[in-house]
Design a protein around this ligand. Structure first.
Ligand code: 2M8
Length: 420
């Protein structure tokens, strides 16, 4: 056991680039948004100062309008595409122009509570500054990504979901042209097997969207009007709700009554909106394609992530858990990010089927919240065992347990520390 802890610490130290952690060397040489939130929670288990630092360095990239970008390019590197020259965001510290799931608020609460418990010096001031950044970001989500006030937030790029090439995007992404103004010069397939990565056609569509938004000068209103890809998404919204609750909790503990009320209002709205996305015939939640107006029924892990922020009634939670068991029963490692054996399922290809430690972490939290300790424990053990057997891989083939993608991966190390 100790051996694996040491390895997790070693990976986080090796991926440290000066107060922030790259997901893994070369394949992802910058600071990624939700990766850093998970990593901060990992740090909170043994180094509270470093945990705060991770979040503080991420907020260095925050935009004036509140968005925290999905990548902060603190230092140059030529091992990744697309770099700052493609994003053209003209932010003081170069950043991408899109965002990622707001795990930040969840991480801040975890770090804050660890600091309180340990009696860490300056903890309150550090929490307060990060809280303000988090609140600004949540305001941005509701203003920029839910201008109609529905309570569900929309993604304008598959990269914003963190589940880049998920089958959930197949129909919506097919409407995005494959033409680009920018040459697509992939670097990822030079680091890992192309069969484990998104397809070239996906990349051309990803870059078409980047070109479109750069031409809008990254103005959220213009992007909302011009985009061919707009999805009100349940994984991101579920995370937003849980993070919103955690920020509300912090506001109360800091005596910030007005801020706590503002967050409570957002959370109420989103709570109702998410519940309305439950589909009894599918036993899971569904996202909505805002261009076609249709439900996205592709069976992916996103359908269960809302458990994180909701307290479901008995019938609903039993149905969700029965469905989750169906997906994971015959797997060596749970939880598959696409329902096994459906046509779009590819157990080795990135977000089209593999098991990811951080997704399991979110599902475990959601199951525990909804009084499902047995399933939560099974998932926890599956995750820890997979890592102990195969190492700290980016993700795992659920059919064989094989570690895939990048190795020495930061969020897998953080998940191990948190879940062990
Ligand atoms: C993957 O995404 C990046 C783009 O953001 C890529 O493939 O280049 C995803 O797994 C994403 O969720 C993750 O945050 C990122 C870094 O680990 O890699």
């Amino acid at each position: 056991m100790t051996k694996h802890f040491d390895e997790a610490y070693r990976i986080l130290a090796a991926n440290d680039r000066g107060g922030y952690t790259v997901p893994t060397d070369r394949l992802y040489p910058f600071q990624w948004n939700w990766d850093s939130a998970f990593v901060a929670m990992g740090f909170a288990t043994f180094d509270i100062d470093r945990a705060y630092r991770e979040l503080e360095r991420l907020t260095e990239g925050q935009w004036a309008d509140g968005m925290i970008p999905h990548i902060v390019f603190h230092q140059p590197s030529d091992t990744y595409f697309p770099g700052p020259d493609v994003w053209r965001t003209s932010h003081t510290i170069p950043t991408s122009g899109i965002t990622q799931p707001p795990v930040f608020g969840m991480a801040l609460r975890a770090v804050h509570e660890a600091a309180e418990k340990a009696g860490t010096k300056n903890a309150k001031a550090r929490t307060l500054a990060l809280f303000q950044a988090g609140l600004k970001w949540h305001r941005w989500w509701y203003k920029a990504r839910d201008p109609d006030g529905t309570g569900l937030v929309a993604l304008l790029h598959p990269w914003e979901s963190g589940s880049d090439n998920s089958p959930a995007w197949d129909i919506a992404l097919a409407r995005v042209p494959t033409t680009t103004d920018t040459a697509v010069v992939r670097k990822d397939t030079g680091h890992v097997d192309a069969a484990m990565r998104p397809r070239d056609e996906d990349y051309r569509r990803f870059i078409h969207l980047v070109d479109t938004y750069a031409a809008c000068g990254w103005d959220p209103v213009k992007q909302w009007e011009k985009t061919p890809f707009k999805v009100a998404e349940v994984q991101t919204t579920g995370i937003l709700l849980k993070a919103g609750e955690d920020l509300e909790h912090i506001a109360k503990s800091l005596g910030l009554e007005a801020e706590a009320q503002e967050l409570a209002n957002y959370n109420d709205l989103t709570h109702k909106a998410l519940l309305a996305q439950w589909r009894p015939e599918l036993s899971r939640f569904v996202s909505r394609d805002l261009i076609s107006g249709e439900d996205i029924e592709a069976p992916t892990q996103a359908g269960f992530i809302p458990l994180l922020g909701l307290d479901l009634g008995g019938g609903m939670v039993d149905a969700a858990v029965a469905e989750m068991k169906l997906w994971s029963n015959d797997m060596k490692v749970a939880f598959p990010t696409t329902k096994p054996f459906v046509e779009s399922w590819e157990p080795k290809r990135y977000w089209r089927g593999p098991a990811w430690a951080i997704i399991n972490w979110l599902l475990i939290d959601g199951l525990n919240r909804n009084s499902q300790p047995e399933m939560a424990e099974a998932l926890r053990l599956s995750t820890v065992n997979a890592i102990e057997k195969e190492g700290f891989a980016e993700y795992f083939d659920p059919t064989t347990g094989e570690g895939c993608g990048g190795l020495g991966f930061s969020w897998t190390a953080a998940a191990y520390l948190w879940l062990s």
